[in-house]
Design a protein around this ligand. Structure first.
Ligand SMILES: Cc1cc2nc3c(=O)[nH]c(=O)nc-3n(C[C@H](O)[C@H](O)[C@H](O)COP(=O)(O)OP(=O)(O)OC[C@H]3O[C@@H](n4cnc5c(N)ncnc54)[C@H](O)[C@@H]3O)c2cc1C
Length: 560
């Protein structure tokens, strides 16, 4: 065993770093481990902002934030968790400010807040359109200040489970090669999302759902895996995100006839309706022939050059670089793209999973505050608030327990498995299976879902799994062997795709991101206001259900 720690945090994005800081401050010996450098974590790509009812732009309070989140979730969010998020958000944002986060300001010097989709008040605090970048750097400074151990560029492949407890991880050293095990009294998974299940995605290459699958393989349940959010404004063909902040600042969405088509789908909220509503509206326009080369147009010319340059400077750069369009003078072509996984590792409000010693926080977790549809700005807040809470609980548990046991057989078994993969001389390269998985998920499990297409996708995933069993890694080297890690990531993605299809088929209704307009167009609260739960049994996903936690908000029709 390389080392032992009280708390080992897998993943060093906003959730992981916030968890590590909290665990350290609670007195634990903490380490972070990450397959990429912490500041390259995908949290850094977050643009638009972070939601907290600071009340700086209007009369706002956590209760209103909670109601918007419950409604936005299409009543699949757990209301106790949502209350925790919204109550703790203001203090958590001020904490970030005290650590040095340079939020944009109001005239009188307070943190500025912009309107975001489906939010009743302007509640999204922001640092221009580079909020995630700012937060990642501020958190990394705090990690450095505390001199926390960071295992940089280590790829965690397996959780080390012994005596029904998670007691560490087995990881591949990306720089020097070789497997190593690191023991810990508690492990927090904060490995982010799995957008790479799809072709058109806003997510980086690193977002391959590793932690979700590792938990699944360790016997822990995944929740609401059918709930993949499509963001309405992504650039074709790269999937680069154009922030919701553009619409918060007043940008319009137009079809090929120059019509603000949202007046037919969300006449009150228009461009500030929730993401699921706008993505479906766009896809309908495109499918019915009112798109422009498979896109609709995002028009911000009327905002004027000054506002665009001040508040949406990064967005303009992205549009110019990736679409060759300057939004000061021309509308940007956009379409729905896979963006955020509302589902993930089933946890309680302290990040605890059903496996003792294992916690999860951030996008890889499902606590569940987003239910069937996440509101823009709530994901960053979730990483901070639930990162903090899981760090506190994991430290507390670790400090009251003494032993760590990672049996050497776990490492030798992993070594044998890896050797078998590396020794294989012939077979299919991982990338072709990965591409096919992503393309077919887009076709058969996208914005709109059909029973026959989801079934077909289940068969496709089955055949890709068979091909994966014969996958070949051509690079046999030890140093930065991306061929190897991409093969391992592909294994994670295939398991997740299976879980998504099984969950999607079981949910015979339309709710939030799960839209079945052809067979089950309505939300069915009587039968499906409950979470899908998937565990891995005998090499296949097993589906169960879990009730939604309701406190004070009864389901209502969502109108925008
Ligand atoms: C383009 C874009 C813009 C967004 N904008 C906003 C926004 O404005 N507001 C908002 O609220 N939300 C936004 N979101 C969503 C939000 O940014 C993410 O949900 C959130 O930042 C995820 O943080 P995280 O800490 O959970 O994961 P990440 O930041 O993705 O970090 C994951 C970490 O896990 C590590 N890791 C993964 N697998 C392994 C492994 N096998 N071994 C070792 N380490 C591993 C990675 O190295 C990384 O350090 C946006 C998302 C995208 C894609």
């Amino acid at each position: 065993m390389e080392a032992e720690h009280d708390v080992l945090v897998v993943g060093a994005g906003c959730a992981g770093m916030r968890a590590a800081i909290e665990a350290h401050d609670a007195g634990a010996d903490v380490a972070l481990i990450s397959k990429i450098h912490p500041v390259r974590s995908h949290s850094g790509a977050a643009e638009g902002g972070i939601n907290a009812a600071l009340g700086n732009a209007s009369e706002d309070d956590p209760e209103k934030h909670a109601f918007d989140t419950v409604k936005g979730s299409d009543y699949l969010g757990d209301q106790d968790a949502i209350q925790v998020l919204c109550d703790e958000a203001p203090d958590d944002v001020y904490q970030l400010e005290n650590w040095g986060a340079v939020f944009s300001r109001t005239e009188d010097g307070r943190i500025a807040q912009r309107p975001f989709g489906a939010a009743g008040e302007p509640r999204t605090a922001y640092a221009a359109d580079i909020t995630g970048h700012v937060l990642v750097h501020v958190l990394y400074e705090q990690v450095l200040k505390r001199e926390l151990k960071v295992y940089e560029e280590f790829f965690v492949w397996k959780l080390a489970v012994d005596d029904d407890r998670c007691q560490g991880v087995i990881a591949w050293n990306l720089i020097d090669g070789g497997l190593t095990s690191i023991g810990a009294k508690t492990v927090i998974i904060a490995t982010g999302g799995a957008g790479r299940l799809y072709t058109g995605t806003t997510n980086a290459y690193a977002c391959t759902g590793d932690g979700m699958t590792m938990a699944l393989r360790a016997g822990v349940a995944l929740e609401d895996m059918e709930m993949m959010q499509f963001h309405p404004t992504t650039l074709a063909p790269t999937g680069v995100l154009i922030t919701e902040g553009t619409r918060g600042e007043g940008a319009f969405l137009l079809n090929s006839e120059g019509e603000r088509f949202l007046k037919r789908y969300a006449p009150n909220a228009m461009e500030l309706a929730s993401r699921d509503v706008i993505s479906r509206a766009e896809q309908t326009e495109i499918d019915e022939g009112r798109g422009v080369d498979g896109n609709v147009m995002l028009d911000m010319r009327h905002l004027g050059a000054e506002k665009i340059l001040e508040r949406l400077h990064g967005t303009r750069e992205l549009a110019m670089t990736f679409a060759g369009v300057d939004p000061i003078y021309e509308p940007i072509p956009v379409r729905p793209g896979a963006h955020y996984h509302m589902g993930g590792v089933d946890t309680d409000v302290w990040g605890r999973t059903s496996l003792e010693g294992l916690y999860a926080a951030g996008e890889c977790a499902c606590v569940s505050v987003h239910g069937a549809n996440r509101l823009g700005g709530n994901a960053l807040m979730e990483t901070i608030t639930f990162g903090k809470r899981s760090g506190a609980h994991a430290a507390d548990w670790a400090l009251t327990h003494t032993t760590i046991e990672v049996p050497p057989s776990l490492e030798t078994d992993a070594e044998r498995e890896l050797k078998e993969l590396l020794d294989r001389g012939e077979g299919e390269r991982p990338w072709s299976i990965r591409n096919e998985l992503a393309e077919t998920m887009h076709e058969n499990f996208g914005v709109f879902r059909r029973e026959d297409e989801m079934r077909k996708q289940g068969e496709i995933v089955g055949s890709l799994r068979e091909r994966y069993d014969r996958v070949v890694v051509e690079d046999k080297g030890q140093v930065f062997n991306n061929d190897l890690t991409q093969a391992l990531e592909l294994g994670f993605l295939i398991d997740l795709a299976d879980c998504m299809v099984v969950s999607g088929l079981a949910r015979k209704e339309s709710r939030g991101a799960h839209a079945r307009p052809y067979d089950y167009p309505e939300r069915d609260d009587e039968n499906y206001m409950r979470h899908t739960i998937v565990t891995w049994r005998d090499g296949a996903p097993k589906l169960e259900w879990k009730p939604v936690t309701m406190t004070k908000w009864q389901p209502m029709e969502r109108t925008y």
